[in-house]
Each structure stands twice: as C-alpha cells, then as structure tokens.
Design a protein around this ligand. Sequence first.
Ligand code: SF4
Length: 149
Amino acid sequence: MRHPILVSACLLGLQTRYDGQAKPKEKVLRYLATNGLIPVPVCPEQLAGQPTPRPATRFACGNGEMVLDGTGSVVSVTGSNMNDIFIRGANETLKIARLCGCTQALLKERSPSCGVHQIHLGDCIIEGQGVACALLRREGLQIYSEEDL
Ligand code: SF4
C-alpha cells in the first residue's frame, strides 16, 4: 500500500519560492518513487495567502517553536513582522496533512517555514526549525529534510 507524505512544493519542482523559483531535487523524486510514497505538495507561505514572488523572510529572534509560542519573530526584508502570516500558513499545512492522512513530511532545509534542522537568523545559519515544521512536529508528524535522504 502506498502512503501519503507531505512534501515542500518547491522540492517537487513547483515554483513556490519567494523568488518565484523552484528547488527541484532529483533525490527527493527518487526517494518517493523507491519507497512507494504519494507526495502531497504544500507551500506554507502560499497557503498563508502570500503572493509569489514575495519578499524574502528570516528569523529576527528565536525559531519556529518560539514563533508558535509568541516569543520569537520572523520578519520580511521590508521589515514587516510576519508571525501571524507564518502561523496561518503552518495551520493550513497541518489541515492538509490531516485531510490526506499524512503522518510524515519531507521539508526544505533552512526555510523559515519548512526548515527542519537549520534556519536563518539574521545573516547566520543556526540550529532550529521553521514555523510550519515546528507545528507539524508538535502534532506528531515524523519530519525530515531533503538533506536527510
Ligand atoms: S515555504 Fe516551504 S514549500 Fe514554500 S517555497 Fe518555502 S521552502 Fe518551499
């Protein structure tokens, strides 16, 4: 039986990134095919209602967990606080996971929404999760990134 898996849409070749580009990874497609998984593409930032292209976004304080708890912040390069938008996108992504019966997710490393092990804090790369990743993990999904394959 084939199982559904939530996958960052940009990893599947969909042009969802802030710059209007995709980040297709051959090894992701190979992994899905080899393991008989049905990809469910999601882009938390688009699901939040943001346009594409859109301003790049980074953490100004904390990480995805802390944004969910109200103690962190994620901001756009134009200086707007994006916490509410990112939380909305994370919640919409969780709804899709539940609708499709996904118990695992393969997400794009270092994104402020999807990052699994690392994120950008200002100009630095630090250990931490994106906002959508943090919520999905809290809800019990097994999460890994394209760099774990
Ligand atoms: S939010 Fe996630 S799926 Fe959307 S473009 Fe960024 S990394 Fe890709």
